[in-house]
Unconditional design. Structure first.
Length: 319
C-alpha cells in the first residue's frame, strides 16, 4: 500500500466572474515509505499547488487523496488535526517560515505542544534538544532567534520542526533554492541521512534539474497542471520520452562546462492558465505535434512496466 496516493486530482481557482485558473488537471501520483518522488517543471506548472493539496492545506476541486489508506478529504477536523503530526512540510524560504519572535527551542517544540500535548515538559525539552542535535545544530542555538542564524541554520531549524513529531511523509517545497551551493549540498545530505534513519517518504518539489537527479528515486514531470512523464529517475534522465522533458533537460546547464548543450526545441508561448485544454497541453509548442494531438485527450499511458508518458509519439526523433 502506498504511503500517499493522489487519484485524478484537479484544482481550479476562481479569479473573477466565470474565469478560472486550471492549476491541476487530473493528476494521479503515489509515494511509498522511504521513497523520494520529485516533482519537476517550470514555474506555474502546478508543483506547489500539488504539494499543498497532498497535505490538505487546500481542497481539490475533484479527485481523492489517501494517506496510509485513509481518505484524507473525508476526515472531520478533529481527526485531520491528529493526522497532521504524520504529514509535514519544509518551505522554500526558511526565515519567512519561522516566527522571528520565538526562540529556536520554542519553534521546534511547538508541533509537540500541538500534536502531543500529554507528554511532560521534561520529555518535550529532551525531544527538542535531541532533534536540534540531529539536524546538526549546536545545543546553544536552542536559545537563539531566527534572525541570529544563517540561511542554512534557519533551514535546519525548519527541518527539525518538521521531524520532531516523527512524520511518515514530508513535502519539501524548493527546500534549498534560496541557499548557497555549499550549504545546499549539506542540507541535501542531511535530508538523505534523515530519510535513511527515519524511513520517511519525501515529495520533493523543485525546478532544479541537478538537485532532482541527486535526491530522487522517481520523477514526475509537470507542465500546465498535468503530469506528462513519470518513471525512475535515472531512466527519465537517460532517455526522456516526452518532448517537454527533453526540452527541460536541455535547458539545464551541464555539470561539465565542456559538454555541448542539446538544442531546446520548444517554440511559441505557453497557453494561458485560464484556458482549458482539451488535447495535449504542449500542442502548439511541440516540435513533433500533429493535428490529432489537439483532437484527442492525451493522458498518461504506460510505455513499459514502470514508466508513463502523455504523448501520442513518445520518444519521437526531433523531440
Amino acid at each position: 500500500m502506498s504511503l500517499l496516493k493522489l487519484a485524478n486530482v484537479s484544482k481550479e481557482f476562481p479569479v473573477g466572474g466565470a474565469t478560472r485558473v486550471y492549476a491541476l488537471d487530473d493528476v494521479s501520483l503515489s509515494v511509498d515509505a522511504g521513497e523520494t518522488l520529485a516533482i519537476i517543471g517550470e514555474s506555474g506548472s502546478g508543483k506547489s499547488t500539488l504539494g499543498r493539496l497532498a497535505l490538505r492545506l487546500i481542497e481539490p476541486t475533484h479527485g481523492s487523496v489517501h494517506f496510509q489508506g485513509t481518505d484524507v478529504l473525508a476526515l472531520p477536523p478533529a481527526e485531520l488535526r491528529r493526522l497532521r503530526a504524520k504529514l509535514q512540510i519544509i518551505f522554500q524560504e526558511p526565515f519567512e517560515s519561522l516566527n522571528p519572535r520565538m526562540r529556536v527551542a520554542d519553534i521546534v517544540g511547538e508541533p509537540l505542544a500541538i500534536h502531543q500535548p500529554n507528554i511532560s515538559a521534561a520529555d518535550r525539552r529532551a525531544r527538542v534538544s535531541a532533534v536540534i542535535e540531529q539536524v546538526g545544530l549546536a545545543p546553544d542555538m536552542a536559545r537563539r532567534y531566527p534572525g541570529e542564524l544563517s540561511g542554512g541554520q534557519q533551514q535546519r531549524v525548519g527541518i527539525a520542526r518538521a521531524i520532531v513529531t516523527r512524520p511518515a511523509l514530508i513535502v519539501l517545497d524548493e527546500p534549498t533554492s534560496s541557499l548557497d551551493l555549499s550549504v545546499r549540498a549539506q542540507i541535501l545530505q542531511l535530508l538523505a541521512d534523515l530519510q535513511t534513519e527515519l524511513g520517511m517518504g519525501y515529495l520533493f518539489i523543485s525546478h532544479d534539474i541537478h538537485t532532482v537527479r541527486y535526491v530522487s528515486d522517481r520523477i514526475a514531470v509537470m507542465y500546465r497542471g498535468r503530469v506528462v512523464e513519470t518513471g525512475p529517475s535515472e531512466r527519465v534522465f537517460a532517455d526522456p520520452q516526452h518532448p517537454y522533458t527533453r526540452a527541460l533537460l536541455a535547458a539545464a546547464l551541464p555539470v561539465d562546462p565542456d559538454q555541448e548543450l542539446p538544442p531546446a526545441r520548444l517554440v511559441g508561448e505557453p497557453l494561458s492558465p485560464t484556458q482549458r485544454v482539451t488535447g495535449c497541453v504542449l500542442y502548439g509548442r511541440c516540435p513533433v505535434s500533429e493535428e490529432k494531438c489537439v483532437q484527442i485527450d492525451v493522458r498518461l499511458a504506460p510505455i513499459d512496466a514502470d514508466r508513463q508518458v502523455a504523448c501520442v509519439k513518445p520518444g519521437a526523433p526531433g523531440s
